[in-house]
Design a binder for this molecule. Structure first.
Ligand code: ADP
Ligand code: ASP
Ligand code: MG
Length: 402
């Protein structure tokens, strides 16, 4: 008998029929003799709709109230799924993040899990029940309800799998696994049967939203065996695991893209020690993650600095940057929301020179201008115009014969 955490994303519980199909699958797993802890997302576009409603009602939407609102979405799914399980003779009990013992910090709308005290889940399992946990939420050290950032139900699932010492964490979604590119953009993208934690981390960090970044960090840090599968076909999916010799040794494994960031530029920055440190310290103090950074060669003692931040943090990042720009005697600070990022990911890139050249040549042939570049040992990312992103993904997918 194994303990399996099964997570079902928004499309997987998108309507009554989908919830019935998920209940059937859990019932099948339980009848096979395994124990299941289910984690659910909000139905379909519920979270988007709640955010829209908040924007219609308020300009400020305080984080605490935003979280109270958004956690309602997952509550609906968990209760409905338990009802569908009851019809199938499967005893189940729903738990909010707080009831499941998910303790987070106080950073509303993007809280981090600090601890998990899953006593109630263990009690439910012992009583022969399937605990159904609302994903994406927890309770803060100040006892307020929090959410974990978009896509956070993946993180709930993997963190619970680690805390419960589950044998497996299955992420059920609307595609049959992790592909060589987003199958919605590249229809002939290929399913990857096994991918290493390192490659999956880079993929998740650079826009491949099939798994939330923090869920992959948890899986790697706690060695949680992770599978990404379809809740439509139930076929075997992608295994995310430690690198081993049975994996494809591709030079480039996948192409990802991301249109959720914006670029901030400060012009005329005095080229002397300490200025960049001040700018980025102030931004960090506002809990904004800066991603790519470029600084130009200085001309006449001043330089330009550009960096990217998540669109949702843009107004905070821009206002602090404008404040600091005037304090340090720089020119202006302005934002550009029309950017996107395309990335190549592959563990084999470390030992293969020339990948960058092929990437740039491919973009040049497609008439796509590169605005910023950043690299890690196993990733190369380029910032381009947002309208060029999907073409760039398709051209690169073809050029690298994925
Ligand atoms: P869920 O609601 O189940 O969490 P998401 O929408 O968050 O689902 O993630 C699944 C989506 O991720 C897919 O529908 C697909 O469009 C997108 N995606 C992006 N990159 C990839 C990739 N490399 N492989 C598979 N899916 C990807
Ligand atoms: N419902 C949340 C979202 O849409 C969390 C999730 O689906 O993982 O982001
Ligand atoms: Mg998701």
């Amino acid at each position: 008998m194994a303990l399996i955490v099964q997570k079902f994303g928004g499309t997987s519980v998108g309507d009554a029929d989908r919830i019935q199909a998920v209940a059937d699958h859990i019932a099948r797993t339980v009848r096979k003799g395994d124990q299941v802890v289910a984690v659910v997302s909000a139905m379909g576009k519920t979270t988007d709709n709640l955010i829209r409603l908040a924007n219609d009602v308020s300009k400020t939407h305080p984080g605490r109230e935003m979280d109270m609102l958004l956690t309602a979405g997952e509550r609906i799914s968990m209760a409905l799924l338990c009802m569908a399980l009851a019809d199938r003779g499967v005893a189940a009990a729903s738990f909010t993040g707080s009831q499941a013992g998910i303790i987070t910090d106080t950073d509303h709308t993007k809280a981090k899990i600090l601890d998990i005290r899953p006593d109630r889940l263990f009690e439910a399992l012992e009583a022969g029940k399937v605990p159904v946990v609302a994903g994406f939420q927890g309770v803060s050290t100040e006892r307020d309800v929090t959410t974990l950032g978009r896509g956070g139900s993946d993180t709930t699932a993997v963190a619970l799998a680690a805390a419960l010492k589950a044998q497996l964490c299955e992420i059920y979604t609307d595609v049959p696994g992790v592909f060589t590119a987003d199958p919605r953009v590249v229809p002939n993208a290929r399913k990857i049967s096994k991918i290493s934690f390192e490659e999956m981390l880079e993929l998740a960090a650079s826009g491949g939203r099939v798994l939330a970044l923090r869920s992959v960090e948890f899986a790697r840090n706690f060695s949680v065996p992770l599978q990404v599968r379809s809740s439509f076909t139930w076929e075997p999916g992608t295994s995310v695991q430690e690198e081993d010799e049975t994996m494809e040794q591709a030079v480039v494994s996948a192409i990802s893209h991301d249109t959720s960031e914006a670029k901030v530029t400060i012009t005329g920055v005095p080229d002397k020690p300490g200025i960049a440190a001040r700018v980025f310290r102030e931004i960090a103090n506002r809990n904004v993650n800066v991603d790519m950074i470029v600084q130009n060669v200085s001309h006449g003692g001043t330089t330009d600095i550009s960096f990217t931040v998540p669109q949702i943090d843009l107004s905070a990042a821009l206002s602090v940057t404008q404040e600091i720009a005037s304090e340090v005697g720089a020119g202006t600070a302005y934002a550009d929301s029309g950017i996107g990022r395309v990335s190549l990911i592959g563990a084999g890139m470390k030992s293969h020179p020339g990948i960058t050249a092929t990437m740039f040549e491919t973009m040049a042939k497609g008439g796509i201008n590169i605005e910023m570049i950043s690299t890690s040992a196993i990733r190369i990312s380029c910032v381009v115009r947002q309208e060029d992103v999907e073409d760039a993904v398709r051209l690169l997918h073809e050029a690298f014969e994925l």
